[in-house]
Design a protein around this ligand. Structure first.
Ligand SMILES: *Cc1c(COP(=O)(O)O)cnc(C)c1O
Length: 474
């Protein structure tokens, strides 16, 4: 039963492809977000006790029906959400191929093609970000959070020579890292997971444009040195999660160099800007970073689970993650290759890079440039339409994320009521957030298929919500 006979497999693939095609064809006609019903789902699942096997096609039906009814459809063109894309078509095919061939990306010799594709990709992307090709290196990760965690570990390994053997307890001074109050909270988790604790994280205030305030950074660092702490890492964000803001990267790079800090750029979403000539200047300074986080499952639109950690220090990953052992394969010993498991946080790992490789092979840089530019254009249209309708954008960015309030009304309960009504329609998905401490509504173009019609739809739903809330029908 684990492997099906050929005739049954053929029916199963057919059925699976039909389910995928039906979803892709009809995503736009589904409610963007589901009614939430944990009790109903648990009830349905309690019927499956796995004692009696089901026919494969029936099992696929159950799953496809439930996924359709029970998820926020991030591939929906009216999903204006949290950087979750509609996946590329070949990205979907790539994930199926990976599941079938099941290459093991721990030892290089087990999957030479997969390992070299990933090496080629991290070096190619490193070069696009401005690292010299001869020293560009990196690894694929599950996502931005793992890439950021990797950054904290590499920075520790680099800054504290005894970190590898003695660990964090042996540092006589408290290691401290710096990021802005608008940066991603995966660093808080990373600080915990690295044994640093939250008190090692210095959250620096932002200026009016929501960029890290350099004077505040400087004075915090001075204070920390005076108190006997050991600053080791500075994180600049290139495209904040809330508002798409890029920190002053060249100045941060210069500051980090002067102070002897590892400089990491978190470009999880905004990093794709390096692929579009008119956006490229936004990321000036990222070439000075020691390492960069870039998520392919955000703006490169590949299916979930594709982050990248990029660095221009070719030895740092092995210094951070290398181990000695006797059981891993040795066939590649003596070749000029690196075993992925000794070069990244994960051990056994799937071929994450294939969905990026295939998407790039098929779309090419020009295809991506066009898709990204289209989304920026849709972002501009959204900003313009919101403004014409009396909403007020509060973030200034050319990236397609708009944080807005109602002109004259920006209290949180009011905005929450608007948000709840928008979501209840099932016609569009936006989120609430705080940027610079201020409550906002947030709409982001995350889908290469989002068109002016969908933007009009969102504007309409917002207007209806405003009318209803204004009349007290919240
Ligand atoms: C999304 C995001 C992350 C986290 O990435 P995951 O892929 O969700 O793990 C980190 N930093 C920034 C700026 C992000 O937008």
């Amino acid at each position: 039963m684990l492997g099906l006979p050929k005739a049954e497999r053929e029916v199963l693939w057919q059925k699976t492809i039909e389910a995928v095609e039906k979803y892709l064809e009809h995503t736009g006609s589904l409610r963007v977000s589901p009614h939430l019903d944990p009790a109903g789902l648990r009830d349905e699942l309690s019927r499956f006790d796995f004692k009696a096997p089901l026919p494969p096609c029936e099992a696929i039906d159950i799953v496809a029906r439930n996924l359709s009814a029970n998820q926020v459809h991030s591939p929906h063109p009216a999903y204006f959400g949290l950087f979750n894309p509609k996946p590329t078509s070949v990205g979907i095919a790539a994930d199926a191929l990976v599941a079938a061939f099941n290459p093991q990306l721990a030892a290089w010799s087990h999957s030479p093609f997969a390992a070299e594709v990933e090496r080629h990709l991290v070096r190619t992307f490193g070069a696009r970000f401005g690292f010299p090709l001869e020293c560009a290196d990196g690894t694929f990760c599950s996502g931005g959070a793992e890439a950021n965690h990797t950054a904290v570990l590499t920075a520790l390994a680099d800054h504290f020579p005894k970190f590898e053997s003695e660990g964090i307890v042996a540092t006589d001074k408290r290691p401290v890292l710096y990021l802005s109050s608008e940066s991603h909270h995966s660093f808080v988790k990373a600080a915990r997971a690295c044994g640093l604790g939250i008190r090692s994280v210095r959250t620096i205030a932002v200026d009016e444009s929501l960029r890290m305030d350099l004077e505040a950074l400087e004075s915090q660092l001075k204070q920390d040195r005076a108190a006997g702490s050991a600053p080791f890492l500075l994180v600049g964000t290139a495209g904040t999660t809330g508002a798409g803001i890029v920190d002053p990267l060249p100045a941060l790079a210069e500051f980090a160099r002067r102070e002897g800090l590892w400089f990491h750029v978190d470009a999880a979403w905004g990093g794709a800007s390096v692929l579009v000539p008119e956006l490229r200047p936004l990321l000036a300074g990222c070439e000075l970073a020691d390492s960069i986080t870039f998520d392919a499952h955000k703006w490169l639109s590949v299916p979930m689970g594709a982050g990248m950690f990029l660095t221009r220090h070719p030895d740092i990953l092995t210094r951070t993650f290398g181990t000695g052992n006797t059981y891993m394969p040795r066939e590649a010993a003596g070749l000029d290759v690196v075993d992925p498991y000794s070069h990244s946080m994960q051990w056994s790992r799937r071929f994450t890079g294939l969905k990026v490789f295939l998407s790039l092979l098929v779309a090419g840089w020009p295809g991506y440039e066009e898709a990204l530019r289209h989304q920026v254009t849709m972002g501009n249209l959204l900003r313009q339409r919101l403004s014409q309708e009396g909403w007020q954008a509060v973030n200034r960015t050319v990236l397609p994320v708009v944080c807005f309030v109602d002109s004259g009304r920006e209290d949180e309960p009011y905005l929450q009521s608007i948000l709840a009504r928008v979501l209840a329609t099932g016609k569009a998905w936006i989120s609430g957030a705080k940027v610079g401490g201020r409550p906002v509504l947030r709409a982001c173009i995350t889908n290469y298929d989002t068109q002016p019609d969908h933007i009009e739809g969102l504007v309409r739903v917002l207007a209806e919500a405003r009318d209803a809330v204004g009349q007290g029908v919240s």
